[in-house]
Design a protein around this ligand. Sequence first.
Ligand code: SF4
Ligand code: SF4
Length: 490
Amino acid sequence: MSSKQVNPHTQEERYRDFVSTITEDGKRNWIYPKKPDGFYYKARTVLSWFLLGFLFLGPFITINGNPILLLNILERKFVVFGMIFWPQDFYLFFLAMMTLIIFIVLFTAIWGRLFCGWVCPQTIFMEMLFRKIEYWIEGDATSQKRLNKQPLDREKFIKKSSKHALFFGLSFLIANTFLAYIIGKDELLAIVTAPPSEHITGLIAITIFSLVFYGVFSRFREQVCLVACPYGRFQSVLVDNDSIAVTYDFSRGEPREKVGKRKKDDGVVTNQMRNGDDSEVLGDCIDCEQCVKVCPTGIDIRNGIQMECINCTACIDACNEVMRKVGKPEDLILYSSYNAVKDGGKARFFTPRIVAYLMVFIILFSTFSYLLATRPSMETVILREPGMLYNELPDGRLSNFYNVKFFNKTFGELEPEVRLHTPAGGEIQMLGGGLAVPGQGSTEHRMMIFIDRDDIIGSDTDLEFGVYLEDELIQTIRTRFIGPGGSPNP
Ligand code: SF4
Ligand code: SF4
């Protein structure tokens, strides 16, 4: 897509009819972004070191013996910042997800796709790891284009094979890191150090995941942000003219004109045409297209805020460099909103829409924080053994079998006690050892309940248990006791 397909002043929007990465005959238009450099690129590089360090070291960091993050879907065990969440905490998970979604909506309405350019793992892996390897081995954009065009000789073979070997190695490392967040580092180390023949299925799975990552970062690349990422697709409804994003200051930059056609005053580029009427004042944009050349999604930000823009700031750095060279003020491309650029003022943060989102976010976040802070220290589940009928004892009482699970949500050991509230004359007999539950752990026990025949009401009798910690009632549980004529299944 050429930048000449649009004139922002005539509001011609033909550029929206094209996708920068697809040619007119429907083929992939491979993007060769020029290596960025500048203040924002350096800042993003430093941030990426922290984020990558956190990602790769995360599985090895523990808090109170628990990993910092574990999403073990198979065993239904979730650890966030060292705190264990069990399936019984699903309401917290749901609320946390709702809060996160509103936060993303709020954040995006204010800052557009800032997350994509600075924090998103896809961008960080692509721009800060894979792309840097590519620049290191194949050189900048022009060298890459030349290499791709030349026939397969020794130089091309060595460069391409070493690049792809490194790409696959890195993809393998990333796949293993994500796996460590699912099964835990101990399990992963056990698999990695054991002979592959003992983990054939796991080896196949990790190879497939590695190949997927390799495919994404070596071929699919910016297409993830342009066509696959759902967050990217939502941009059009989340941002408005007050959203702050990487924006071209068209009121200052237009009408654009090349340096060669401008008058120079003592070698300094002016905003007057070389062979024109002095009253015709040009804008600051010298139409050098450096901002387009560095763009990893291949767009021209001068066409206006676009969904394809991942706010990576490469064009800001490129344009600032150009502005310094031609002796004009920086920030022709800057973080601002469309309205601020249009009116020449400052971007507005607190629009009515933002205030509404903020209020919903505060309500959800407060509710979530309250529920998290008051989460009971222990959760107990009592279920009658399925498929078992009642037993009749010689003294005339009836008994049922139950399964009891304790989930300790604190870091210390807890010793709960289960008491039968109703019927009052019933008796509990815990089978097995003591009831001590280790910190952040769970235990399972079997329990027998004995009830006098006089207390039996029909085929199903209501039971009420109390779970106590140091004589303090922390949970009340209701279940059923099956008598003559009752169903053996709960
Ligand atoms: S337009 Fe600028 S900020 Fe947006 S993706 Fe391209 S280079 Fe990055
Ligand atoms: S880098 Fe700046 S001066 Fe050059 S084309 Fe882009 S906006 Fe215009």
